[in-house]
Design a protein around this ligand. Structure first.
Ligand code: ATP
Length: 266
């Protein structure tokens, strides 16, 4: 089994890097994915493979297409071309709720909780689509200890960090096999970001496969096994977090030395 990813950025070379999949089982396989906003191509020829338990950090400048890619994987945005396979099943045409039933869940940018409902009620709402598995209200509150004393508070009264923890907990309630996290630290105070990342560490320890969109490169590279950088809708760099340097990721982020980065040469 190999894993790799690439992109066809305009007439640029298609870079598909192959390496052994240490986990063996492929959870997500994306091939030639395209997504648009009207006529604007927001995701261009994205291909990637994600092994079970892998954590992939997705980075890139504002407007690079990260949110659109996550939404397209989750079924919240229509694919214009290409395929998304999950556990070997072609889910490209499936609506979001069917994908949740299969185990794909999106934690969207901006949390989107029900403000008048309590923490527990917000968790239970997600539970309507739950698959069998270890995550229940109790195990989520164990994993996010900051939420236990707040569990009967209305979501609207929580701080940004507490709301974000609730949003991640809500996603876990579906017992996902793949969690798509969109900018979990956006707009949070530094202390709240630390708290959210402590909770994420528990998710990671649980072995859930995840794609994490994160603007903070250092955090992204610390938390992930693999880093993918997008530029103008296409993947321009991918590599293991341990091997990539911050400088290379930054260069890809800003579209510098594009050919060198795309070809995968150091
Ligand atoms: P950010 O970090 O700012 O969220 P992003 O990498 O997530 O950026 P997207 O939000 O996916 O990027 O945007 C990709 C492209 O699609 C951008 O050019 C953006 O302006 C455009 N776009 C995003 N949402 C819409 C929309 N609802 N309607 C029209 N264009 C959109």
């Amino acid at each position: 089994m190999t894993e790799g990813m690439g992109s066809s950025a305009g007439e640029g070379p298609r870079a598909t890097l192959a390496r052994g999949n240490p986990r063996g089982v492929t959870v997500l396989s994306v091939d030639g994915l395209e997504a648009r906003h009207g006529l604007l191509p927001a995701v261009r020829g994205v291909s990637l493979v994600l092994g079970e338990g892998e954590k992939l950090a997705l980075v890139g400048a504002n407007g690079a297409g990260k949110t659109t890619l996550l939404r397209t994987l989750a079924g919240a945005h229509r694919a214009a071309a290409g395929t998304v396979r999950f556990d070997g099943v072609d889910v490209t045409a499936l609506p979001a709720h069917r994908r949740v039933g299969l185990g794909i869940v999106l934690v969207p940018e901006g949390r989107r909780l029900f403000p008048d409902m309590t923490v527990v009620e917000n968790l239970l709402v997600a539970g309507r689509h739950r698959r069998p598995g270890p995550w229940t209200v109790d195990t989520v509150l164990d994993a996010f200890p900051l939420l236990r004393p707040l569990r009967h508070r209305r979501a609207a009264t929580l701080s940004g960090g507490e709301q974000q923890a609730t949003a991640i907990g809500r996603a876990l309630m579906t017992n996902p096999r793949l969690v798509l996290l969109d900018e979990v630290s956006l707009g949070l105070a530094p202390l709240a970001v630390d708290t959210v990342y402590e909770s994420l560490a528990r998710l990671i320890a649980s072995g859930t496969t995840a794609i994490i969109v994160e603007q903070d490169l250092s955090r992204a590279m610390r938390i992930a096994d693999r880093v993918v950088c997008m530029l103008e809708g296409a993947i321009v760099l991918e590599g293991s977090a341990a091997e990539l340097t911050r400088e290379r990721v930054t260069a890809a982020y800003f579209g510098l030395a594009g050919d060198q980065v795309r070809s995968g040469t150091p």
